[in-house]
Design a protein around this ligand. Structure first.
Ligand code: SF4
Length: 439
């Protein structure tokens, strides 16, 4: 059982899905710099692709993603045309260099587009990049999955699928604007398995309005009864000043920090008892799932989608707001779909901002990744007095050891992992930014 030390969790910290984080992106990085980074990709380099579909049938009130309602066919169609053009542009620049191994579709909800449009996208990518049997993963909104979508997932040989579930409790579902009967998730889980999807993930949340430990446990029990291969248990980050749609959520109904911590701890203990392997600080996987195997073998990484077994250093993002992660650079496409489409129509990469990854930031990024993914990292030779004192607070509570030139997180340090990683982040000095509570 984790021990709650509220004094260690006061400071909002990044989720560290990248380093430097998106808070450090500026407009100093544009299309020209992105082209240079693409040109530096060598023949045979393993590539991963991410395709962003910024549409959903219905918008959930808690959602922080770049997405909008998919209620206009003409808007979807224009967006898909731009995606095809951007894919062609990147393939033209790569000119056959790079080997596409993974293709991930996220959003929004990729199943907000027509199944036939999805088939065209997959086919276009495979032909444009001459990809041979890539590992395809798709995020799915279980509320509207017609049978023709299942056929398409089967024929495209989609192997990983991730479902937004969040909670099974009807009252909590009402309070977050996402009503989704258990039966829908049950039915989709069976259909995905029948379609050959080998790893199914459920995204769940704690810290939702009206939610308590009892309601979370009910959701976890229902989840385990469906036996997903992976479970992500995220803390809801309530930031209505940054995400206006969250204003519909009743702040007074949100649980306090102590209850949130108890929920995270209960969730962790329950899932471990049920045979799931903890992955990092908020993911769980069955021991034979590729994510769990990667964690045990020290091959776990963190990218914009969270913890991953994807080892490619080259991730190319397509679509509005998509981020490309290349060895020397993070580059993000325009968030606004209209701006994105206009740039692509002119034959330009729609890069709006990003950040250089110089050798120093890569060194810090590796250390932070090691702490979050492997629970240990080489202890830097020189720490500031503030860094030493902050680290000591974790050492004194038995959460961290520092011997043989290593900082080592004990299992009970999992809820503090992001806070501990932030000690070694020189960009955190004097900054709060738009980060979220650690738990
Ligand atoms: S379905 Fe997913 S991406 Fe769409 S609004 Fe809901 S949480 Fe956000």
């Amino acid at each position: 059982m984790w021990t709650h030390y509220p004094e260690l969790l006061q400071r909002p910290v990044p989720r560290y899905t990248s380093y430097p984080t998106a808070a450090d992106f500026t407009d100093q990085v544009g299309a020209q710099r992105y082209v240079q980074a693409l040109d530096a990709i060598e023949d045979g380099t393993p590539l991963s692709l991410y395709v962003h579909i910024p549409f959903c049938e219905e918008i959930c009130w808690y959602c922080g993603c770049n997405t909008a309602r998919s209620n206009k066919r003409s808007r979807l169609s224009a967006y898909l045309d731009s995606l095809h053009e951007e894919i062609a542009l990147a393939a033209h620049h790569l000119a056959g260099r790079g080997r596409v191994q993974r293709i991930s579709f996220g959003g929004g909800s990729p199943n907000a587009i027509e199944p036939l449009d999805f088939v065209r996208l997959v086919g276009d990518i495979i032909i444009a990049f001459q990809a041979e049997d890539p590992l395809i993963s798709v995020e799915i909104d279980p509320r509207q999955v017609a049978d023709d979508w299942i056929s398409v997932l089967r024929s495209a040989r989609v192997r990983y699928a991730s479902m937004g579930v969040q909670t099974f409790d009807p009252l909590v579902q009402e309070a977050i604007g996402r009503v989704q009967p258990y039966e829908d998730v049950l039915s989709l889980t069976h259909k995905l398995r029948d379609a050959g999807v080998s790893s199914i993930n459920f995204d769940l949340m704690y810290g939702l309005p009206h939610q308590d430990q009892h309601l979370l446990m009910e959701t976890l029990e229902q989840t385990v009864s469906l036996s997903p291969d992976r479970i992500a248990l995220f803390g809801y980050a309530h930031m209505p000043h940054i995400i206006p749609r969250q204003r519909r959520i009743d702040t007074a109904a949100l649980p306090g920090e102590a209850v949130r911590f108890a929920m995270a701890a209960t969730g962790h203990d329950f899932l471990v008892e049920q045979g799931y392997q903890p992955i990092g600080f908020d993911h769980f996987a069955k021991p034979d799932d590729p994510l769990a195997i990667a964690a045990r073998e020290g091959r776990l990484h963190r990218n914009f989608q969270g913890f991953t077994d994807d080892e490619s250093e080259h991730l190319i993002g397509f679509g509005a707001s998509a981020i490309s992660q290349l060895p020397g650079l993070y580059a993000q496409n325009a968030k606004n779909a209209g701006v994105y489409r206009a740039a692509v129509a002119e034959g330009h990469f729609p890069i709006e901002r990003g950040v250089e990854r110089d050798s120093e930031s890569r060194r810090h990024g590796t250390l932070i990744n090691d702490i979050l993914c492997h629970g240990k990292a080489p202890l830097p030779h020189r720490l500031t007095q503030e860094q030493s004192e902050t680290l000591e607070e974790f050492v004194q509570r038995g959460l961290v050891t520092t011997g043989a030139g290593q900082v080592h997180l004990r299992p009970a340090a999992a809820p503090y992992a992001r806070t501990i990683a932030a000690i070694f982040d020189p960009r955190m000095a004097g900054r709060i930014g738009s980060f979220s509570a650690p738990v």
